[in-house]
Design a protein around this ligand. Structure first.
Ligand SMILES: CSC[C@H]1O[C@H](OP(=O)(O)O)[C@H](O)[C@@H]1O
Length: 367
């Protein structure tokens, strides 16, 4: 995507063709800072601290993290160690596990001295595939937005999204935002309700920043406003991302997504999930019972970081000292609440049969 006219993806190789550069998403929207990652420990820290975040992007970052490790020491022991370090960073997005295991399978049969260059090429291939998958999701989702516009006779389409499933969460385009960017570029009149997405405010800080960069009309709302907006006909469709969609169509996404899906169902608002196939876990069935839900630090709830009037970035405490806080980072929306999955192979029902038909190659041999 473009930032002030300059083309950007969220991850790229350093001039030394070894280190990697990423955008530090913990500094947005107030500072645009680039971080250089030079070893697997730094890659793991960037994922754990959410300098890079979003299911597809943490997968790509982990793949490059393995490449950095192989450049330093391509032994079997270091390959196992690097994969373990990266896999331990965040448990929920299946893209992370998929990218690490895909990279391990690609490297383990090679002589150690060949692993470095192959690891970088494999990480780049995962990154390139992500761009293509997200753009395809954009095309398939565009048709949904155009159909909504046709129903509204040219009035603007109001789309609600939760968290950031934008180009910042992927290598480019985003998943939930790809249809929005495609429709905006095509001149389809639209407006986006941006859930702030407490506690880390990925919506208010990241999605709003992205949409501002691209001139997409949008309004930030508190997470609890979505049901009210839907009750009053102010939402034409919901498009969110996913961190792990199960073989039966259950969708794990940022905490609060489930509540949006319930409100959408109650108000007859179409609820779509942008789901690139690396985020589909064909080894899992019951998302509510089986998905590992990351619990993050209570400090993400009790404290907030922002820009003071004098421009300083500061963190302040929001709650009484001594109060406990519980911070589950994701929830699971049962398939019955999902209108459709926008995949790179088309818009399909959130069901086992539809997923198996769309991805026979994956459903046949769950990895
Ligand atoms: C394109 S998938 C993005 C997905 O990942 C986000 O989680 P986090 O910000 O914690 O990495 C959120 O669930 C998004 O929908």
């Amino acid at each position: 995507m473009r930032i002030e006219g300059k083309a950007f993806t969220t991850i790229w190789l350093g001039d030394d063709a070894a280190s990697i550069h990423v955008i530090d998403q913990t500094r947005l929207p107030h500072k645009f800072e680039i971080v250089t990652i030079s070893n697997v420990a730094e890659a793991a820290r960037a994922i754990a601290d959410m300098q890079v975040r979003g299911a597809p992007l943490i997968g790509v970052t982990a793949a490059y993290g393995v490449a950095l490790a192989m450049r330093a020491d391509p032994s079997d022991g270091n390959l196992d160690k690097a994969c373990a370090i990266l896999a331990a960073t965040r448990p929920t997005a299946v893209n992370l596990k998929w990218a690490i295991e895909s990279t391990r399978r690609r490297l383990s049969g090679l002589p150690p001295n060949e692993r470095g260059p192959v690891a970088y090429a494999h990480a780049a291939a995962i990154a390139d595939e992500d761009v293509a998958l997200c753009e395809a999701i954009g095309e398939h989702g565009l048709a949904l937005i155009e159909a909504a516009a046709a129903r509204k006779g040219g009035e603007r389409v109001n789309i609600l999204t939760h968290c950031n499933a934008g180009w910042l969460a992927t290598v480019d385009w985003g998943t939930a935002t790809a249809p929005i960017y495609k429709a905006h570029e095509k001149g389809v009149p639209l407006h986006v309700w941006v859930d702030e997405t407490r506690p880390r405010n990925q919506g208010a800080s990241l999605t709003a920043w992205e949409l501002n960069q691209h001139g997409v009309p949008h309004t930030i709302v508190i997470d609890n406003a979505g049901g009210h907006l839907m009750q009053h006909g102010d939402v034409d469709l919901v498009i969110v991302g996913t961190d792990r969609t199960t073989a039966s169509g259950d969708v794990c996404n940022k905490i609060g997504t489930y509540l949006k899906a319930l409100a959408a169902k109650d108000n007859g608002v179409p609820f779509y999930v942008a789901a690139p196939s690396p985020s589909i876990d064909f080894t899992m069935d019951d998302g509510v019972a089986e998905t590992p839900i990351e619990t993050r630090s209570p400090q993400e709830i009790t404290h907030i970081t922002g820009r003071a009037a004098d421009g300083r970035i500061e963190t302040v405490c929001l709650v009484p000292l001594g109060s406990a806080a519980h911070n589950p980072a994701f929830d699971v929306t049962p398939a019955r609440l999902v209108t459709g999955l926008i995949t790179e192979r088309g818009v399909i029902a959130a069901s086992r049969d539809a997923l198996a038909r769309a991805f026979p190659d994956r459903a046949a041999k769950p990895q």
